[in-house]
Design a binder for this molecule. Structure first.
Ligand code: HEM
Ligand SMILES: *[C@@H]1O[C@H](CO)[C@@H](O)[C@H](O)[C@H]1NC(C)=O
Ligand SMILES: *[C@@H]1O[C@H](CO)[C@@H](O)[C@H](O)[C@H]1NC(C)=O
Length: 317
């Protein structure tokens, strides 16, 4: 009995140590193996966003869709194979996620300097941060050491990514399932201060919802017709579509949220006070957004000996 107990304790201790080490990411992870990583990503993102400012938003969304589906493990970057249908063609992503070639280009530059040591998941975390910052948003310290998944799952993408039709309750429970609270949900939704959405995603809101400014609904219906033109785009923040500021929240208070899910955050519900806070205090938004991005970036990373360091972000080694 005593030896059984001590054997059990030993195993439990090893697990405690190993598991806590496994969960640790660190800003200094590549300091010896790839000291130029941060500057490579920064200059590549400066170039990409300089050529096309919408790329900042697209990198940010790629990271969100990576982290919410089996953790921040670059699973979203895997192309489909004969054996595996990945996440790229899941309904929330298909014909919508973009910027894969920017990641490919950064990865190629990183590989040229530091071969086979930096994960695609970490590159994505840095690219998202730089994208936000280059559009005028905050910066934050990105902890590193994530490894890349060997597999991806279309069904996990469908199950974990909230649709534009989601209610406040669904949004909160989807985020709670990832360890993110209402403050994180509200701050992170402020990502919709940049980028755009397709008519098919905002049509029900501008045609059928009542918690919308009538003039704004009318304006959006001019280019998003009741039938057809599903792919026609409109800015998520019509005030300043390529500026990472707090006008998304001011829009919500004026009932000019583009998506049903956006306006759910300011609809006589529990997040109203946060929308009000962020709309009137840009610093509070910037600070909370940065903190919540760090939290989101910590969702179940693969570390230690798990996963791999992919050589090409689109396929496993
Ligand atoms: C709260 C739940 C969320 C829902 C329901 C949602 C839904 C959507 C939808 C439907 C689109 C438009 C896609 C299209 O029409 O092609 C979109 C775009 C976008 N989302 Fe979200 N989103 C949410 C949260 C987030 C979060 C947490 C982030 C990042 C932190 C984010 C970042 C973005 C960005 C940047 C775009 C624009 C992408 C581009 O222009 O390429 N979203 N989102
Ligand atoms: C609006 O609601 C009606 C009745 O529920 C429905 O038939 C119609 O398809 C909806 N229109 C849009 C654009 O969602
Ligand atoms: C805005 O928010 C920041 C950060 O939370 C806080 O320090 C500051 O006092 C707030 N400013 C105002 C005017 O309330």
């Amino acid at each position: 009995m005593a030896s059984y107990c001590s054997a059990f304790l030993a195993v439990a201790t090893v697990c405690l140590v190993a598991c806590s080490v496994r969960a640790q990411l660190s800003p200094t992870f590549y300091d010896w193996t790839c000291p130029s990583l941060r500057s490579i990503v920064r200059s590549a993102m400066t170039q990409a966003v300089g050529q096309d400012p919408t790329m900042g938003a697209s990198m940010l969304r790629l990271f969100f869709h990576d982290c919410f589906v089996n953790g921040c493990d670059a699973s979203v970057l895997l192309d489909d194979t004969q054996a595996m249908t990945g996440e790229k063609n899941a309904p929330p992503n298909r014909n919508s996620l973009r910027g894969y070639e920017v990641i490919d280009s950064i990865k190629a530059q990183v590989e040229a300097s530091c071969r086979a040591v930096v994960s695609c998941a970490d590159i994505l975390a840095l690219a998202a941060r730089d994208g936000v910052n280059l559009l005028g948003g905050p910066s934050w310290v990105v902890a590193l050491g994530r490894r890349d998944a060997r597999t991806a799952s279309i069904s996990a993408a469908v199950a974990n990514l909230p649709p534009a039709s989601a209610s406040a309750y669904t949004l909160m429970s989807t985020f709670a399932a990832k360890g993110l609270d209402m403050r994180d949900l509200t701050a992170l939704s402020g990502a919709h201060t940049v980028g755009s959405a397709r008519c098919s995603n905002f049509r029900p809101h501008v045609y059928n919802d009542s918690n919308i400014d009538p003039g704004f609904a009318w304006l959006r219906r001019q280019t998003c017709l009741a039938v057809g033109g599903d792919a026609t785009m409109a800015p998520l923040d019509s005030t300043s579509p390529t500026r990472f500021d707090n006008s998304y929240f001011q829009n919500l208070m004026g009932r000019r949220g583009l998506l049903h899910s956006d306006q759910e955050l300011f609809n006589n519900g529990p997040a109203d006070w946060l929308v009000q806070l962020y709309s009137s205090n840009a610093t509070a938004f910037a600070t909370d957004f940065a903190a919540s991005m760090v939290k989101m970036g910590n969702i179940s990373p693969l570390t230690g000996y798990l996963g791999e360091i992919r050589l090409n972000c689109r396929r496993t080694n």
